[in-house]
Design a protein around this ligand. Structure first.
Ligand SMILES: *[C@@H]1O[C@H](CO)[C@@H](O)[C@H](O)[C@H]1NC(C)=O
Ligand SMILES: *[C@@H]1O[C@H](CO)[C@@H](O)[C@H](O)[C@H]1NC(C)=O
Length: 268
């Protein structure tokens, strides 16, 4: 509890009730776990500075204590409340960003000797127990630290694997997983539609060059269309929807592409 004695020396004149001493102790535990106090009350006030000390007025009521804290990295703001109910003190802590709430109820006489309220040597009892409870039940779990721990652990778990491209955080692929046939760019898409004709898959037995990921070929409107569009009327590469009789110069798959053997003349 390094530092608690110094804090207590500063505030002992203000400690008039057992719960004052308990709040003083819990305040110091919050500070020790990487926070600074901003002030009293629910709402921020202009010109507040962070401090390890208890702000003026913290002891105004023995029934309700309200203090605000900010983590030393500035990422977490906490609203702390302590409510006296008979001989117990209920601590509430809310992360004002995530609105996650934690609470801890203690029997004040378990931790505070009300006979010696102003004597640092004897006022606090079972300090390790209370410090542990504050850390595990009240304070948010330290995110960065736990992340590092997990990383270390998974590194150890995969230590036997020597391949450097193994990412310990990657979701492992199930062995024998089916390839995703629904991907139109899948190189093995041909045949997928035949396996499941109603599944909206691409790639039937007949490989369609327009849908299998290959570029369109053979139709260049910039060259003009005899009897319909003069050469040069359509800029090269422009999107073009052909006009004129349907079927003659359709850009889609050639309707005659399954012609009988030896069949050569499309106008026959
Ligand atoms: C709060 O503490 C101050 C000293 O810091 C003291 O003068 C004041 O009387 C205390 N208030 C109450 C309500 O105990
Ligand atoms: C608190 O603890 C004291 C003894 O330490 C006990 O006498 C009292 O009944 C307890 N109060 C509650 C509410 O548990």
């Amino acid at each position: 509890m390094a530092g608690l004695e110094v804090l207590f020396a500063c505030v002992s004149g203000a400690v008039a009730r057992p719960q004052d001493a308990a709040v003083c102790f819990v305040h110091w535990e919050i500070i020790r776990n990487g926070y600074k106090c901003l002030g009293t009350g629910d709402e921020p006030r202009p010109g507040e500075k962070t401090s390890e000390l208890l702000p003026p007025g913290w002891n105004a009521s023995g029934e309700l204590y309200t203090l605000r804290y900010r983590s030393n990295d500035g990422k977490t703001n906490l609203l702390f409340k302590a409510v006296t109910v008979d001989s117990t003190l209920i601590f509430n802590l809310m992360d004002t960003i995530t609105e996650q709430v934690s609470d801890l109820t203690v029997n004040v006489s378990d931790y505070i000797d009300s006979e010696h309220l102003r004597e640092f040597e004897s006022v606090f009892r079972n300090t390790d127990d209370l410090a542990q409870k504050v850390k595990s039940n009240l304070l948010p779990s330290p995110k960065v630290e736990s992340c590092k721990k997990t990383e270390k652990k998974s590194k150890r778990d995969t230590a036997a694997v020597t391949r450097p491209d193994i990412d310990p955080l990657r979701i492992p692929q199930r062995p024998g997983r089916q390839p995703d046939w629904s991907d139109p760019m899948a190189p093995f898409a041909a045949g997928g539609a035949d396996l499941d004709p109603f599944g909206g898959r691409s790639g039937g037995m007949i490989v369609d060059p327009l849908r299998a990921g290959f570029p369109r070929s053979g139709f260049d409107p910039s060259a003009g269309i005899p009897g319909s569009i003069p050469p040069g009327a359509v800029p090269p590469g422009a999107r073009f929807d052909p006009v004129g009789p349907m079927g003659r110069y359709r850009p889609g798959p050639d309707p005659d592409h399954l012609r009988p053997p030896e069949y050569d003349d499309m106008f026959m």
